[in-house]
Write a protein that binds this ligand. Structure first.
Ligand code: HEC
Length: 244
């Protein structure tokens, strides 16, 4: 009985705190702009919801990146809010606020040194970036999203998805020998056990089927992935490469 009383007494407080604490994953460049020092105190004052900034890839209720609902533009990018925990009350409050007139005005009113680096969202920007890629690179992007995001962050939008310890494509792209690694990825650990390149690698041995859902790529698709990776900016989008 006493235990139940204690539990009932403690629970609402724990729930209250969690409900009103939002972990927001934000890339460093956005943190360094100082924007959050401007908007978050104002948001918290108004709503009594607190936002903790975490690194992309860490556990979070929402991600500010290139995927989701457009929020604002700035620093050469279109920023969007991707909600990972739609039922979380604090996150709902933050999303509503960020997309409201008041929220947007707070973002736009951030004026370090008299300049306003952020403005209202224009949705076309992400497409402009994609349009600069060749047809192959577009196919490569699509193939990578389909086949590789299970484990890798492939682009800004999939940052924080995949498996935390797996290097992102951005990190791999920043290595001098990225081209060798991608050209031969299907024989490099761990892919060999579950990857087939049509017309290139033998089928899986019948007595040793792939332990997980396999990857099957044609040579054209592999080339397309290389074209996509070649065109992408080398950037820190996820976990560093640990085992080299
Ligand atoms: C089931 C999970 C999984 C999938 C799916 C996957 N990878 Fe990987 N990949 C990994 C892991 C784990 C590593 C890190 C290996 C290491 O650090 O030793 C890795 C590393 C790599 C590397 C660096 C290899 C090296 O040794 O330098 C490349 C390139 C790569 N992956 C490309 C791809 C491509 C392209 C796809 C999709 C067609 C893909 N991966 C799909 C798990 C995966």
């Amino acid at each position: 009985m006493i235990l139940i009383c204690i539990a009932l007494f403690l629970m609402p407080f724990g729930a209250w705190a969690d409900d009103r604490l939002v972990r927001l994953a934000v890339p460093q460049e956005l943190v360094q702009s100082g924007l959050f020092k401007h908007i978050l105190p104002r948001f918290t004052l108004k709503t009594r919801v607190k936002v903790d900034l975490v690194d992309p890839g860490d556990a979070a209720e929402a991600v500010l990146g290139t995927q989701g609902r457009p929020a604002f533009d700035g620093l050469g990018s279109a920023w969007a809010l991707d909600i990972l925990a739609p039922d979380h009350p604090g996150t709902q409050t933050f999303a509503e606020w960020l997309h409201s007139d008041v929220g947007l005005r707070t973002v736009v009113s951030f004026a370090p040194d008299g300049a306003t680096p952020f403005g209202p969202p224009t949705q076309q920007k992400a497409e402009v970036v994609v349009a600069e890629m060749s047809g192959d690179a577009l196919l490569g992007h699509e193939v990578s999203l389909r086949q590789c995001t299970r484990c890798h962050a492939v682009d800004l939008a999939t940052r924080g998805k995949g498996i935390g310890s797996t290097p992102s494509f951005g990190v791999l792209r920043s290595l001098d020998d990225w081209e060798e690694r991608f050209s031969a990825f299907y024989v490099l650990k761990p892919h060999g056990a579950f990857t087939i390149i049509t017309d290139l690698t033998p089928p899986f041995p019948e007595d040793r089927p792939p332990p997980i859902v396999p990857i099957e790529l044609s040579l054209d698709e592999l080339d397309a992935v290389l074209a996509y990776v070649a065109a992408m900016p080398a950037a820190d989008l996820g976990a560093p490469l640990e085992h080299q």
